[in-house]
Design a protein around this ligand. Structure first.
Ligand SMILES: Nc1ncnc2c1ncn2[C@@H]1O[C@H](COP(=O)(O)OP(=O)(O)OP(=O)(O)O)[C@@H](O)[C@H]1O
Length: 709
């Protein structure tokens, strides 16, 4: 832990990113609210992904994959972007580009009702009263707008009629009262709509996040080995964050549509030719707006790889994790240079898009101006030919303005809503997809295992062309410590995860007292698992919570102290300012930082605290000092008395504690026996032993480097 780690690809993108990071040392974008050590860069509004009203359609992120993972379907424009020193991100499916190209007027018209429905569904789920209130306010507001426009007509007709001024004013006053009343009521309704929307937006966002979290915790662990799953999960996280915007956009759309309808009804009443004429005249401008939005969107899409690269660079430049290495390695000029080159490419892309968008807007504005001139000419023509009265002409002026504004508003809000809808698609798509990985195992609840039988087990990770484990058969027993040894990549951790039921075997079985892990209730099974993985979590929680994992024992702190004693973590806790109540987080989070070895002791205490029938220790002493390591191995035998213990370690000399040693090589069991047996038998174990003994015993091991010739 604590080494240089890259941000997740979503944290690297220029859009609202995920807030998920398993450990407080891990990277995460800055939009994640209270952070525990993640990057302060990036965040939700980076680079081209800035979501502003002024820029209605922005970047859709592409999906981070190493460049060689690109498939033939990747037709993304990112291919043409110059690589950023080898590593770059590509859209493996090209789906985002396709989605971007689909921003057309007709697609918008098709998608908008769907989006409004979707936003209302989610709103209904979180707050029915507010949803009903919103809809009611919008409907009433639309009706009032139509009444207001009609009242304008009545007022103008009365004021422009023949007769004395007093009489005309007397005729006009009911319409004037209606006009003022409608305007006042609409203003009040607008405030209410605003209030209800701001109440609903955050609720919807949190609900969407909650649904996503539930979706994620309920999937098989193997899902995380699927590139598609990871890509979709991060995209979904961004989608969850924009769900709150959808209510505002949905409301804007409803308001604009109501305003359009009100104006249209009034305009149609003035003269039937005016409405179609106005809509036809507004079309070129609407088309140019949508085209300009598409150009910006696609340009942002082309820069996405570079934007992600910027976030990766920022992460490494900003954070403490790499700060020492940047200094000691004098890397700052190199990293800044790469950052500057990447920024220059993005700027070029932005400028081209801005120029093209401006040209399109200009053409649209000219066409719009011509269209308006035709409509106004029609009004004048109708008035001159006596087909409409002066009062009607006045009404037409206001209605024309209303309809024109709402058409422009519909297009502008529509393109924003369509963009939000694309993000939302990622969210809903993921929730559906998570179903594909959702845990569907049996319902039988295993107790503490007496034996765990691994029967002809093979396992292959997704996308790999060879098995990580092949035809492994062995039996683990309660009261025994079984050690797994072998070279890096020989399959030790994989086997420990299969034994723990975290993975299900591709072939063969893991049987807990005869019950296959695939048929056991996973939650009940994991109640019986105490696991210290190689990369254990450093939860930004109190020391107590770090040990109990939020599941305290009936024995209270006594059980916690016992576990600490067994793990050597009692010394760590004793030095903490507030003992078990100390927050184990970085100082800027008001916590206390621990060293790597101190963390490892806490992780061990966590496992020893758990009343589980299987204890799995994967490299449990990698960070421990020799004394702590020695003590741990001394205690292991006692711990094994009531448990099945599986130990993965490279510390061969400490293996004497194990009842049985299983040697793995390239996913196969090549040796199996006690320490004395294996030490005496030629084979891989002897070889491993010889390296360690030789390294420790080498006379030159303790000499000064300068003493060598
Ligand atoms: N999540 C994964 N997805 C794909 N391949 C994986 C994954 N985890 C491990 N592997 C592959 O499976 C093989 C076995 O890995 P495993 O982690 O089990 O080895 P190990 O013996 O524990 O290694 P080490 O001693 O380095 O910890 C390796 O080739 C590794 O690349």
């Amino acid at each position: 832990m604590g080494g240089m780690s890259e941000p997740s690809d979503a944290s690297a993108r220029g859009v609202p990113g995920p807030r998920t990071a398993p450990q407080h040392t891990g990277p995460r974008p800055a939009d994640s609210g209270p952070q525990h050590g993640g990057p302060q860069q990036g965040g939700p509004q980076q680079g081209d992904g800035q979501r502003t009203d002024a820029q209605p359609v922005d970047a859709q992120p592409v999906d981070a994959q190493p460049v060689d993972a690109r498939d033939s379907g990747a037709q993304s424009a990112e291919r043409s972007a110059p690589p950023s020193g080898g590593l770059r991100y590509v859209d493996v499916t090209g789906s985002r580009e396709a989605a971007g190209r689909s921003i057309r007027l007709v697609d918008m018209a098709r998608r908008l009702p769907q989006l409004v429905r979707r936003s209302l569904q989610l709103a209904w789920r979180v707050d029915r009263a507010a949803t009903v209130g919103l809809l009611a306010c919008q409907s009433v507001s639309g009706v009032l707008q139509a009444m207001g426009l009609l009242a304008i007509g009545g007022t103008l007709t009365a004021l422009l009629a023949h007769g004395d001024v007093l009489h005309r004013l007397m005729q006009a006053w009911p319409s004037l009262v209606l006009l003022a009343g409608a305007a006042g009521a609409r203003a009040l309704l607008a405030i209410t709509v605003n209030w209800l929307s701001s109440r609903l937006g955050p609720l919807m966002k949190r609900e969407a996040e909650q649904m996503l979290l539930d979706g994620c915790t309920g999937v098989e662990l193997c899902a995380y080995d699927e590139p598609d799953f990871n890509r979709d999960r991060e995209a979904a996280d961004r989608g969850a964050q924009v769900t709150g915007d959808l209510i505002n956009e949905g409301q804007d759309l409803i308001a604009q549509a109501a305003s359009f309808l009100a104006g249209a009804v009034v305009l149609a009443g003035v003269h039937p030719v005016l409405l179609p004429l106005l809509v036809a005249a507004s079309l070129p401008q609407a088309l140019s707006q949508v085209s300009a939005a598409r150009v910006r969107y696609l340009a942002n899409l082309r820069s996405n790889g570079d934007n992600r690269m910027l976030a990766v660079l920022r992460w490494h430049i900003y954070t403490k994790d790499a700060a020492d290495q940047i200094r000691a390695g004098t890397m700052a000029p190199f990293l800044s240079g790469r950052y500057r080159d990447t920024v220059a490419r993005i700027n070029r892309e932005d400028r081209t898009a801005a120029d093209k968008g401006a040209r399109m807007s200009l053409v649209g504005a000219v066409c719009g101006g011509l269209g308006s001139a035709i409509v106004w000419a029609a009004v004048v023509g109708l008035l001159a030919s006596g087909r409409i009265s002066v009062g009607h002409a006045g009404t037409a002026v206001f209605a024309l303005q209303t309809v024109g504004q709402s058409v422009r508003g519909l297009v502008s809000v529509g393109s924003r809503a369509v963009r939000t809808g694309l993000y939302m698609d990622d969210w809903t798509g993921f929730l559906d997809k998570a179903g594909g990985f959702r845990m569907r195992r049996g319902a039988r609840r295993p107790g503490p295992p007496r034996t765990i039988e691994i029967r002809s087990l093979s396992h292959r990770y997704s996308g790999k062309d060879r098995d990580a484990l092949s035809e492994v058969s062995l039996t683990l027993r309660r009261g025994e410590v079984t050690a797994l040894v072998g070279f890096n990549g020989s399959g030790k951790s994989t086997l420990s995860k299969l034994v723990s039921g975290l993975y299900l075997p591709t072939r063969g079985q893991v049987l807990w007292d005869g019950l296959p892990t695939a048929e056991a209730d996973p939650q009940a099974l994991w109640q019986q698992v105490a696991l210290v993985p190689q990369d254990y979590a450093r939860w930004p929680l109190t020391a107590r919570e770090n040990i109990t994992l939020g599941q305290p024992s009936a024995r209270g702190d006594t059980a916690v102290h016992d576990a600490c004693g067994a793990a050597g973590a009692d010394e760590v806790v004793a030095r903490l300012g507030s003992g078990l109540d100390t927050l184990l987080a970085r100082e800027w989070l008001n916590g206390e930082e621990l060293s790597g070895g101190q963390w490892q002791r806490i992780a061990l205490a966590r496992a020893f605290f758990r009343p589980a029938g299987l204890l799995v220790l994967d490299e449990p002493t990698a960070n421990l000092d020799p004394r702590a390591e020695h003590r741990l191995f001394q205690r292991l035998r006692g711990l094994a008395r009531e448990r099945v213990v599986l130990l993965v370690t490279h510390r061969i000399t400490n293996l004497a504690v194990a009842d049985r040693i299983v040697v793995l090589d390239e996913g196969r069991v090549v040796q199996d026996g006690t320490y004395p047996e294996l030490a005496a038998r030629p084979g891989l174990f002897q070889e491993l032993l010889s390296y360690q003994v030789t390294a420790d015993a080498r006379p030159d091991a303790h000499e000064q480097p300068g003493a060598h010739p």
